[in-house]
Design a protein around this ligand. Structure first.
Ligand code: TTP
Ligand code: MG
Length: 442
């Protein structure tokens, strides 16, 4: 394969993976209530049990067979798929659940941790979706088996299913991850991009939503291949600069590089045991290694941290988080280790399948590292105020923390991972993005 011949890519050898969880909110509901697996399941936003208001946030693939889809009014979904609780006969009925964002955020954080461990360059674009640049970490030769291992890891460690696309550009990777959903894996090598796009319905091209697809249809453009061959000036006349852009996407051209967004909010490392482990020493060893790795990572990024936390996963998916905040930001590997081991003490006797160490409340302002004594210089007052604010938000978002005042939590944060980006904001990639809360309730 001669990657350099592919026009319009950011770098000739770039390998991009796009990861998107299948029916994410429904998958989260199934993880905590396995009796829902295989059932038609609808998760409603602005919906409460027994009511008919609100809108569908997502539906399981079984429910989609009945025509239930995201952003549909619950009242309409109920016409297509009656609520089991109201029916005499279970056949052709579904189960309806209200959204529980705190829980979904915590599951998303676990997934993002795994992704950030795979590559230093991860761009989180929504709660269940991210791009990874795996050019360095994996390359083309190992891409297919890497992607398949990643899917297996997410399924076994988090208990949800991811579809993955791998391609030379972000837009092709996104289309690829969608192509064989659910439970899909599609790898498009550099020489295959044009062929891969050619027969796709035009609405599968990145940036083409249903409205644009209808307008393109009126111009006789039905497939991505048609769009790739269309006259760029005619497209620009009709759609402005965006016309040229979607044509480029349809041709597989996309010069964007995967760029992480903003400074990370936290840095973490985690690692699973092959089986649940009870011996204290094995747990302590792992925590020590993780603490050293996290402190090292923070050092390389020039980050000081004010909160040190651990995550302890008990079988099957019971996530416990504990954290302790310091009076000011530090960069001190020994301290990370000793706090992490201290927090682990509570779990000495308990079976554990996975451990993580995180530093948060990050401060990138100092160019040089400081020791514990260093925060009397004035940073302390600001930092203390931030701690209070963080605790207020993380406690609210954390389902398993035990509520002590000093606790902050892994999972209450808007996103997670060892090069964690800021909260996913509106996604510039999605020209016609997904319906917002306003759309649902408006
Ligand atoms: P998506 O990844 O678009 O949808 P999905 O994960 O439910 O289904 P799949 O990827 O298998 O096609 O969105 C992720 C979550 O975002 C979804 O589970 C619920 C939420 N969401 C909304 O709240 N409103 C929407 O209109 C859409 C599309 C998603
Ligand atoms: Mg999804």
């Amino acid at each position: 394969m001669d990657a350099t011949r592919l026009p319009g890519t950011a770098r000739p050898d770039q390998v991009v993976a796009h990861v998107d969880i299948d029916c994410f909110y429904a998958a989260c509901e199934r993880r905590r209530d396995p009796s829902l697996s295989g059932e038609p399941l609808v998760v409603g936003m602005g919906y409460e049990g027994g009511e008919t208001h609100g809108a569908v946030a997502t539906a399981s693939y079984e429910a989609r067979e009945y025509g239930v889809e995201s952003a549909m009014a619950i009242s309409e979904a109920l016409e297509r798929l009656p609520r089991r609780a109201d029916a005499d006969d279970e056949v052709d009925t579904g189960i309806y659940r209200p959204v529980d964002m705190d829980y979904y955020e915590s599951v998303a954080a676990e997934i993002k941790e795994i992704l950030h461990a795979e590559s230093d360059t991860v761009r989180e674009v929504s709660i269940d979706e991210a791009y990874l640049d795996i050019t360095e970490a994996v390359g083309w030769d190992g891409a297919a088996s890497w992607a398949s291992d990643l899917r297996a890891t997410i399924e076994s460690e988090v208990g949800v299913v991811a579809s993955v696309g791998v391609a030379p550009t972000m837009s092709a990777a996104k289309v690829a991850s969608d192509r064989e959903k659910p439970d899909g894996l599609v790898v498009v090598e550099p020489g295959e991009v044009r062929d891969f796009f050619a027969d796709l319905p035009v609405d599968e091209v990145h940036g083409v939503g249903p409205v644009t697809a209808r307008q393109l249809g009126e111009l006789g453009v039905e497939t991505a291949g048609d769009l790739a061959d269309a006259d760029p000036e005619a497209l620009e006349g009709r759609f402005g600069e965006r016309g040229r852009e979607i044509r480029r996407y349809a041709r597989g051209e996309d010069t964007r590089e995967v760029t992480p967004r903003g400074d990370p909010k936290s840095l973490s490392r985690e690692s699973a045991f092959t089986e649940a482990v009870e011996e204290a020493e094995a747990k302590q060893q792992k925590v020590t290694t993780l603490a050293r790795a996290v402190a090292d990572r923070a050092g390389r990024k020039g980050a000081r941290y004010q909160t040190v936390g651990i995550k302890v996963v008990e079988p099957p998916f019971d996530v416990n988080t504990r954290a302790r905040s310091l009076p000011g930001p530090v960069a001190d590997a020994d301290l990370v280790e000793s706090i992490a081991l201290d927090l682990l003490g509570e779990f000495t006797e308990r079976p554990v399948r996975k451990l993580g160490v995180r530093v948060s409340n990050l401060d990138f302002s100092a160019g040089e590292q400081v020791s514990l004594g260093g925060f009397e210089s004035g940073a302390g007052a600001d930092a203390a105020a931030e701690t209070d604010a963080d605790e207020a938000t993380t406690d609210a978002g954390e389902p398993t923390a035990d509520g002590q005042a000093s606790l902050t939590a892994f999972d209450g944060e808007s996103s997670a991972g060892d090069t964690d980006s800021a909260a996913p904001d509106d996604d510039a990639d999605d020209i016609e993005g997904q319906a917002s809360l306003g759309d649902f309730l408006g």
